[in-house]
Design a protein around this ligand. Sequence first.
Ligand SMILES: [Mn+2]
Length: 377
Amino acid sequence: MDKCTKIKIFNCLLLFCATNFFLYRYFSRPDTGPLISVRNTTIKYFKGFNFSQYLTGIDSRHLTQVKNYSNLEIGTPSPSTDIASLQNTSKTAPVISNATVMLPPCPLVPPRLNGPLATYSQAGTYEDIRAENEGLMPGGRYKPPDCTARHRVAIVIPYRNREEHLKILLRNLHPMLARQQLDYGIFVIDQALPGKFNRAMLMNIGYTEAMKRYDYQCAIFHDVDLIPENDRNIYSCPEMPRHLSAAIDKFNYRLPYDGIYGGVSAINKEHFQLINGFSNMFFGWGGEDDDMASRIRHKGLKITRYPMEIARYRMIKHSKDSGNEQNPQRFALLKTTSQRIETDGLNSLVYSVEKVEALPTHLRIVVLINEKDIIKS
Ligand SMILES: [Mn+2]
């Protein structure tokens, strides 16, 4: 080999090494996200997405919250107070104290998730749904039987005259939430006639009524006609407000616009208090979700989402509801969000409870709200 050939070979090797080095650096960068295969679907997660954190939904804030937890419901398991044991589940044996069995915390990743789901489009009676879901308690309460849930979640459904949709939703929701090993309750807030529908106000009421009953850590606000299609869409308490219904079949599983916050969303208690809940001023259809999104931004919080492949929903087709006509004032209201935030919301909520009914699948709370009370204040 002459000297020239040697130099050429050396240069080739050098180039080969450098290329490999850069390729390695690029693909192993933590923020490019792993490629994870879910039932023949290859998913590329967005920048900064942490798959294990997503699956567990746990964060340090909740670990400290669990630490301060006091047992509100007599005879129910209370979580272990030891953070180390929270992170290391399988080795923790049940501890007997004061005749209450302390169940070990549920695994960080719920073990029985299926991924994409075949959804029910029909439902029988509430009693049928209860019979399909072992462990479901009256009033729509559930706790994992074999471990202490990592999240205590109030599911709030603003509602009026859509019983068929409600049954279909509940039939789909209960088995999914049980597989997700959540400690949850379902609150259906039914707005009595007369008056225009006020979705946001019903959600404020649902939150308030839920918190009176149990030490929930967060609320999930859920439209009655959105059926989740993937059980990895975990209804856990989020570190930052989470928009869950990102991909809906009606919009070809795409975000109609970036800041959208309607449909299904989750927010923890501290953040919901910080932004004073939803506005009470949106009577009729539209605007209240955009108002909420700007409240969140106004307080320096961030809206987060699961990957589009997971945050999938089917919308039940329906005709327009009477009593929920488009609200022509919504555009004017949206200009004053930041001025209203401190005075219009949880702290200005006026309503009366007409009826509370513990059905086999949910707690139904019938409420009467008066548009005049709200506009006055
Ligand atoms: Mn709808």
